[in-house]
Design a protein around this ligand. Sequence first.
Ligand SMILES: NC(=O)c1ccc[n+]([C@@H]2O[C@H](COP(=O)([O-])OP(=O)(O)OC[C@H]3O[C@@H](n4cnc5c(N)ncnc54)[C@H](OP(=O)(O)O)[C@@H]3O)[C@@H](O)[C@H]2O)c1
Length: 320
Amino acid sequence: MHAAVVTEFDQPPRWSVADEPQAGGEHEVVVEVVAAALHPRVRSQADGSHYTSTDELPLIPGIDGVGRLPDGSLVYFVLPDTRLGSLAERATIDLRRSVPLPAGTDAAAVAAAMNPGMSSWIALRRRAGLVPGQSVLILGATGSAGRLAVQIARHLGASGVVAAGRDPEALDSLAGLGADAVVSLAGPLGEAAARVGEAAAEVDAVVDYLWGEPAQAVIPALLTRRPDRSHRLAWVQVGAIAGPDLTIASAMLRGANLQLMGSGQGSVTTRGILDELGPLLAEVSKGSFVLDIDPRKFADVEAVWAEKASARSRVVFVAP
Ligand SMILES: NC(=O)c1ccc[n+]([C@@H]2O[C@H](COP(=O)([O-])OP(=O)(O)OC[C@H]3O[C@@H](n4cnc5c(N)ncnc54)[C@H](OP(=O)(O)O)[C@@H]3O)[C@@H](O)[C@H]2O)c1
């Protein structure tokens, strides 16, 4: 078969001949890959920088996708940490990590939405414990995950959603997706953080895609503007686009009810993640969320890799 093969971490994958995948285990089956997306997580897998990466090469990147089972039906699947990913004509999946798709499902939409959608779906349901009527700040709301986070927070019953990001055009579109307030992070960071703190002073939860300097500035700006500092603020760290670290003054933890946590592989059990796939998938299949998809051919993977990733749309490789 052909697959996107990475032979060096500083080189893009090449569409080349690879060994046929094998189904050895009791729950394993080989699927024809119908659609698989190029998530940021897939790029970091391919360049060896993801926190789960090992140094083993060659590897086929790709963490999830839509596959056709031998009986012709479609499933959405999530792969374990593996060197044999989904950017390939065929892949071995574990049926326990898959969900059947209804006939007529838009495979590209499912492949595009599940990974970015799961980031906020799990953060809000499994980590923040959002209940209907609470309000949410999405920090870094302009990417695929952030845009879905705005819609998912609304869908889960948030009474208010504040969306903060730096790209003006993408920010403009967020009101139409369900954001009540849109705050620009452009310009001097102190001023931007003050704007976010003002708009989000009373939120119950934060889904933070940025971390780094923006989060470091927003945490005190928000906490010091809180009318009731003992009111719980669940700050869920989901992405680290702006930097891997931040410094936080001890007084922020003593002087407010700040609960810092992360959401991702490890902080939620595999079973817990798998249990959330079905409910999110049902909403994606129903077309509950607005998605921006950029469909491409698998064979063009090397050229697509070299393009600057668009924040608005998600590249999905689709089988002919
Ligand atoms: N933990 C999980 O379960 C999980 C799951 C999925 C994704 N993630 C993570 O979530 C993050 C977002 O994923 P995604 O799929 O939405 O990525 P994406 O579509 O590439 O979007 C990234 C967004 O971040 C913005 N951005 C970059 N640097 C910024 C900065 N310094 N300040 C403000 N905005 C900035 C970009 O906008 P510009 O146009 O301004 O550059 C873009 O809108 C990634 O780190 C990903 O790994 C985590």
